[in-house]
Ligand binder design. Structure first.
Ligand code: 5AD
Length: 346
């Protein structure tokens, strides 16, 4: 029990100083209390349903050079690939047959995928699968491009802010990128009408509770429908290759805090969480998460979407292993929900 957890549950918000002091007060006992409340809230809005998204990592070519990311343009060791429209559509067909009703197209900022080309793909997918939600996750774009894709039928957009502290943002990204530009994209996406997901890495180099407090304050202001967080994990061919990974315990604690702050948010138990611990995603759900994003990319390119080392991609997180995923969810009292799994407003 901690008075700030009570206050957070009551008021759905804390001051900067309060966030910092709550993060610094974290103990295993406090975490247990937080997770119990987070699960109760998740149940209140979504029952025991966990929503599945079929993730299609359709290009690992990227014009950006983020210091933490394995597919940054300076990484000569990365083996690059780009799926064709036909390959992407066949991933969707396979996913549809497996029961997926949300497809997430995620990729680097790849100039070969012009706005018009991606818009055409969006309309083909929505034309063939009108009962599915389509989520895009392809980085920063001008507002007119986001509008073009929305008009073509895209429903949701994922763009993590990565860190809401401007100095920390500069330490993680090359000079041509800025937190201001990133935030502008997120507000544009909201204004257009997308269901928006943002989020951040936990334990990125140099991060302390001071930066995490900024992340929580920013999410409070943005009120995204989805929040993706996961531990930072080093990728050996990047400038941060020798840095320590973020911790499981802190990531879980943040999931719980986010559930209390944004009670009906869609909160994935991410692949990165499943990578740092064999039961990471189950523990994430027990801390308040309610979304899983199994991998639907073609087997032969899965290993190449290497944002960080040892990324899981061939085991139970594969979309094809739906039965074993269902068993894992049942083991923690949850089930894989049918349907698109849209956001439920408070
Ligand atoms: N460790 C953990 N997450 C990472 N991402 C990129 N690189 C890493 C890494 N080394 C995350 C970023 C990005 C998402 C697609 O993957 O937060 O938004």
């Amino acid at each position: 029990m901690h008075p700030l957890i009570d206050k957070l549950e009551r008021e759905r918000t804390l001051s900067r100083a309060e966030w910092i002091s709550l993060l610094d007060a974290r103990t295993a006992e406090l975490a247990r209390d937080l997770f119990r409340r987070a699960r109760a809230l998740r149940r209140k809005y979504y029952g025991d349903a966990v929503f599945l998204r079929g993730l299609i990592e359709f290009t690992n070519c990227c014009k950006n050079d983020c210091y933490y990311c394995g597919i940054r343009r300076s990484n000569r060791a990365a083996v690059r690939y780009r799926l064709t429209e036909e390959q992407i559509l066949s991933c969707c067909r396979e996913g549809y047959a497996l029961g997926y009703r949300t497809f997430v197209l995620q990729g680097g900022e790849d100039p070969a995928w012009t706005p018009e080309r991606l818009a055409a793909l969006v309309s083909s997918i929505k034309g063939e699968f009108p009962d599915c939600a389509l989520t895009l996750s392809v980085g920063e774009q001008p507002r007119a491009v986001y509008q073009l894709w929305f008009d073509a039928g895209a429903d949701r957009y994922l763009l993590r802010h990565e860190t809401a502290d401007a100095a920390h943002y500069r330490a993680l990204h090359p000079p041509e990128m800025s937190l201001e530009a990133r935030k502008r994209c997120l507000w544009d996406l909201k204004a257009i009408g997308y269901q928006v997901g943002s989020g951040f890495m936990v334990g990125s180099p140099g991060q302390t509770s001071v930066q995490l407090a900024e992340d929580l304050l920013f999410l409070r202001r943005l009120e995204p429908q989805m929040v993706g967080i996961g531990p930072f994990i080093p990728q050996k061919d990047t400038p941060f290759g020798a840095q320590p990974a973020g911790s499981l315990e802190l990531t879980l604690f943040l999931l719980g805090l986010i559930r209390l702050m944004l009670p009906s948010v869609l909160l994935p138990a991410t692949t990165a969480l499943g990578t740092i611990h064999p039961r990471g995603r189950e523990l994430g759900i027990l801390a308040g998460a309610n979304v899983c994003m199994p991998n639907l990319s073609p087997q032969e390119v899965r290993g190449q979407y290497a944002l960080y080392d040892n990324k899981i991609c061939t085991g139970e997180e594969a979309a094809q292993n739906r039965r074993s995923l269902e068993r894992r969810l049942a083991s923690i009292g949850c089930y894989a929900a049918d349907g698109r799994g849209d956001y439920r407003p408070l």
